[in-house]
Design a protein around this ligand. Structure first.
Ligand code: GDD
Length: 316
């Protein structure tokens, strides 16, 4: 099968490429400014094909779909960092919505039997009442950031194109996910990198943090990419599925785990610049709908994920 991954050079994209390339022909989109560190080894071995494409430009996307004619598209490319969305709200919403519209428009005209997965987010739930956890797909969406609004938009666009044109589109609302290669802005990776830098003497023994009270449901990226494949193989078009671990911890507890994996004594300090105008207090997902449809369940425990991530940063 010919699989197209948008955002192949990113964190999830590179793991998905590795997961799929044994059995499928994998093509991925990059931009001129994309850093290729995560996939250079795959490109050098000619295991994946990289195509330059500006997803915000309909002509660029049309040419891409016409030349690749994919059987499956995993649409992962996005502005995905919540704090950036407060600095650039218009760009976040425009980028995330326009790229997806361009893909769906090109698919409906050129390759209408192509199945499309849309990477949506648990951030869409936003404000969640204590009695609403674990969160089901039927929970109200109360987004708290421009990023979350962009993901609600992407999800509704997916639904609309399924209903209007019969495209096979499946939406995944993925809760927090991490593992080796996670971008250094995101909390698990940021703390791991700081610990690794302190161990190497590159940073004084002070670790800077933001809001440690938030609760998050973390899944390993390697479980997530398995879920994405199953979403298109077994998921029902037009449906949305939670991808989650089914348990959550505070960011403070996650930090204590990471610190317990290191022998160095580290002081923890709040950096006010890391606090957000509004933060989602709790995300704890109920993934039963996806499990009942596909048989998927998470397999990698959080301790292993965090150790792998810390060792990843130690390797530089
Ligand atoms: N990034 C960051 N850095 N977050 C911190 C820090 C810090 O130093 N200290 C505390 N936090 C808290 C944030 O306030 C937030 O409550 C939590 O840690 C997680 O932050 P992120 O790792 O930046 O992720 P996120 O929850 O905002 O969003 C991620 O998960 C979504 C799915 O729920 C991203 O991966 C999104 O793209 C994804 O959709």
């Amino acid at each position: 099968m010919k699989v197209l991954i948008t955002g192949i050079s990113g964190f999830v994209g590179s793991h998905l490429a590795e997961y799929l390339l044994q059995e499928h022909e994998v093509v991925g989109t990059i931009r001129q400014r994309s850093r290729l560190d995560h996939i250079k080894h795959l490109k050098d071995l000619q295991l994946v094909e990289l195509v330059e494409c500006e997803l915000r430009d309909p002509f660029s996307v049309e040419a891409l779909i016409a030349s690749v004619k994919p059987d499956r598209i995993f649409h992962l490319a996005a502005q995905s960092f919540v704090p950036t969305s407060w600095n650039s709200p218009v760009d976040t919403i425009y980028n995330n919505a326009a790229s997806q519209i361009n893909i769906m428009e090109a698919v409906r005209r050129i390759k209408p039997d192509c199945k499309i997965q849309i990477a949506c987010s648990s951030e869409e739930y936003g404000h969640v009442e204590a009695y609403e956890v674990p969160i089901k797909e039927t929970n109200p969406l109360r987004p708290l950031s421009p990023y979350a609004v962009s993901k609600v938009t992407q999800e509704f666009l997916g639904y609309q194109y399924y209903k209007s044109y019969g495209l096979h589109i499946v939406m995944t609302r993925t809760f927090n996910h991490t593992g080796p290669r996670r971008g250094e802005n995101f909390v698990t990776s940021n703390f791991s990198k700081q610990i690794a830098d302190i161990e190497k003497g590159k940073q004084p023994p002070v670790l800077y943090v933001g809001n440690l009270q938030a609760k998050r449901d973390f899944t390993d990226v390697r479980d997530v990419v398995r879920a994405y494949w199953l979403a298109l193989e077994k998921g029902v078009p037009g449906e949305t599925y939670n991808i989650a671990s089914g348990s959550c911890i505070t960011i403070e507890e996650m930090l204590q785990k990471l610190l317990s994996f290191s022998k160095v004594k580290i002081e923890v300090k709040v950096d006010p610049a890391r606090l957000r105008p509004s933060d989602v207090e709790i995300l704890l997902g109920d993934y039963r709908k996806f499990h009942e449809t596909t048989g998927w369940k998470p397999e990698i425990p959080l301790d292993r994920t965090l150790k792998d991530l810390l060792n990843y940063w130690r390797s530089f």
